[in-house]
Ligand binder design. Structure first.
Ligand code: MG
Length: 283
């Protein structure tokens, strides 16, 4: 695969990603895919999706897990509902994530991604049980020949590193999303990338503006089109270069309620990333 191949977050029947035909239309050849609903996670659906990818010359680089009942309505709701952290659904979701791993195997995809949720404070009972559940999940994922990438943003870079260290599995890596650090108010994304860069194996190209200083970490920042926010795309790519990242640049634009604008913004993002790639890599 080309270094820094352009990608886009896509969906089959769930999640906020674009449909595959949009990727095809924009000339994008790598996708991360939001996992389809349970009833579509079978061999026939995998075959059909792979055939569509093949026809469009598209490679699936990561399958992202997600669960019924998750809501990103506001930061407090996200903390309460997302990932493996909520204790009431933890065991069932860990079991479902194993099924998603099996579905990824049917797709020939060796990378899973997920929001694990807001990692609890180190040493708490919830933290310790999350470690145990994550290890068990990662062992299943490893048996399928896969790695797991955790999405950034719901905790600081330091807390994420601490958690990953305590999990202690060699198939756990990071999907770095600079805009999430801004949206959730969890730290400067460039400084965070320098800290976690050695573990970054996939990334999102997404942009956002900070919430007002007294609102950071309480209310959302604002997601905007790539290049229009506070990440600083050239600095972001230069930092990726300095930490040795060569994987796909996967564009994420989470405005599925406005498909026309989503497509236009992704087109803008492709042009921006291509020009920066030429500037920095000469290709
Ligand atoms: Mg993301």
């Amino acid at each position: 695969m080309q270094k820094w191949a352009i990608g886009v977050f896509a969906s089959v029947d769930a999640g906020l990603g674009v449909h595959l035909d949009v990727a095809k239309e924009l000339g994008i050849h790598t996708v991360q895919v939001h996992t389809p609903h349970k009833e579509s996670r079978n061999e026939a659906a995998a075959k059909a999706f792979l055939q569509r990818c093949k026809e469009a010359d598209i490679t699936i680089t990561c399958l992202f897990g997600g669960f019924e009942g998750e809501s990103y309505a506001d930061i407090a709701t996200t903390a309460r509902t997302v990932g493996l952290v909520p204790e009431a659904t933890r065991a069932a979701r860990a079991a479902e994530m194993k099924e998603i791993s099996n579905f990824a195997k049917l797709l020939g995809c060796n990378t899973l991604g997920m929001h694990i949720g807001f990692v609890p404070e180190k040493g708490s009972a919830s933290y310790n049980s999350l470690i145990a559940v994550t290890r068990d999940l990662l062992d299943h994922v490893k048996a399928n020949g896969q790695n797991m990438h955790l999405e950034t943003g719901q905790e600081t870079a330091d807390h994420l590193l601490e958690f990953m260290h305590d999990v202690g599995r060699d198939n756990l890596f990071i999907n770095f999303d600079p805009a999430n650090m801004i949206l959730y108010g969890t730290g400067d994304p460039i400084e965070a990338l320098k800290k976690v860069g050695h573990l970054v194996r996939s990334i999102h190209c997404k942009d956002a503006k900070w919430a007002a200083p007294d609102q950071r970490g309480k209310g959302w920042g604002t997601e905007v089109a790539l290049g229009d926010g506070d990440v600083g795309m050239e600095t972001y790519l230069r930092t990726l270069q300095s930490v040795g990242y060569s994987g796909p640049l996967t564009i994420e634009r989470e405005i599925a309620h406005d498909r026309e604008r989503q497509k236009a913004d992704i087109g803008q993002a492709v042009r921006l990333l291509e020009s920066l790639r030429t500037k920095l890599l000469g290709s």
